[in-house]
Design a protein around this ligand. Sequence first.
Ligand SMILES: [Zn+2]
Length: 109
Amino acid sequence: MTTETLPEVICPLCKVPADWQSLGCPSCREDLSVLFRLRYAARIDYNRALDALAAGDGPLALGLLHRAVAAEPGLEPARELLESLSVAGSPGPERSPAPGESEGDTPSE
Ligand SMILES: [Zn+2]
């Protein structure tokens, strides 16, 4: 499974897709590299989560996946991995959830 459907970055001024090479707007030459970084934050987090999982750091991976899905709800691989991790229970062998502490650390709405 590959993630080849990359989200486009649109220039907020011209409403045209930004140029991948220059990370800027082809029309007004505005530097859109910050938007690119925001746009890909979820994927960066997802990749870091995979690294964390490979390193055996389940809690860190879970946190990164939560952030990735929050940043980009349509990011299916992150969502699926997050679900499978959630179903598997606490990923860390010596880590038990603190009583009275809910998972949602980000206020929704
Ligand atoms: Zn522009």
